[in-house]
Design a protein around this ligand. Structure first.
Ligand code: C5P
Length: 292
């Protein structure tokens, strides 16, 4: 019998932006307690999955320089196998379109898509809460992608409240550096005692990304990109506001109209890359399962 027993199907893994990120304390295990808003966007990795009969998890295609055993997509499949005792395997082809090391949650989203899709393809029947819990062991950002809705996040980012955000377009700017999340969370100069903000405070715009000053001072390319973004104007002449997502290195600016985002995108200096993305309330992953 051939190892692959079902046709390849393709599953999307969207990126996220942190519209703000406050570090409000520290957990007993050393992790940081955060407040954030996760905004899903329509920039997606794609993962081709085919069920194997022999229990093997293979990754024939994936990010250059990332070994299969270090790939969160592979680790997610292994975690689901362990949790459920299923004897099936999978072939995973990961097509990366989300920049890695950018604070866009690409690796976490890949892991979440594998958990949700294989739970269907393997017919392992875990509830969404169990999948989110399993995902949290792989990374703090996995649960929001498992649940598949833009959300208010607290704790490590796993205590989630779905949020209906206004329709926005985003210019995402990618400075040519990768930032280590662990390095930024270990930085002595990081603010760790931000006041707890209410949802009303967020809506009034009283927020920031506490990681931004740390990343900007350690990575001059990020500081330069942030300064460039803040000196731009949209088509109506309004000043653009740039902000870091997660621990960077990517920055973003929000616009009500697609044409404003497109306009500023045409001005991005050649040494950086940029792309325009639409904000999503629901993950396209859940649209595929008829839940979106
Ligand atoms: O969860 P993730 O693998 O993205 O986190 C990378 C590292 O960043 C963790 O090992 C931890 O040191 C730090 N971190 C933290 N507090 C968070 C998220 C991450 O201290 N809420």
């Amino acid at each position: 019998m051939a190892a692959v027993i079902a046709p390849l199907s393709w599953w999307p893994a969207p990126a996220k932006l942190n519209l703000f990120l406050h570090v409000v304390g520290r957990m007993p295990d050393g992790y940081h307690a955060l407040q954030t808003v996760f905004q899903l966007i329509d920039r997606c990795d794609q993962i081709g999955m085919a069920v194997r009969a022999d229990g093997v998890i293979e990754r024939p295609e994936g990010m250059a320089g990332l070994a299969p055993q270090a790939d969160l997509a592979v680790r997610a499949a292994q975690a689901l196998q362990r949790q459920t005792g299923v004897r099936l395997g999978a072939s995973l082809s990961v097509i990366k379109r989300i920049p890695a090391g950018g604070g866009l949650g690409g690796g976490s989203s890949d892991a979440a898509t594998v958990l949700v899709a294989l739970n269907t393809l393997w017919e392992t029947g875990l509830e969404i809460d169990a999948l989110a819990e399993l995902g949290l062991e792989l990374g703090a950002d996995v649960p929001v992608f498992v649940r598949g809705q833009s959300a208010w996040g607290e704790g490590r980012g796993e205590r989630l409240t779905a949020l209906a955000l206004p329709q926005r377009w985003f210019l995402v700017l990618q400075p040519a550096v990768a930032v280590s999340t662990a390095e930024i969370f270990q930085a002595p100069e990081l603010t760790r005692n931000s006041e707890v903000v209410t949802m009303r405070g967020f809506l009034a715009g009283e927020t920031r990304n506490d990681c931004e000053p740390v990343v900007a001072s350690r990575y001059p390319e990020v500081a330069a990109a942030l300064e460039w973004l803040g000196s731009q104007r949209d088509l109506a002449g309004m000043r653009v506001r740039g902000r870091l997502t997660g621990t960077g290195a990517c920055l973003f600016a929000a616009f009500e109209r697609a044409e404003d985002a497109q306009h500023v995108a045409t001005l991005v200096p050649e040494r950086w890359r940029g792309f325009v993305a639409r904000g999503l309330q629901y993950s396209p992953l859940h649209g595929m399962l008829g839940r979106g």
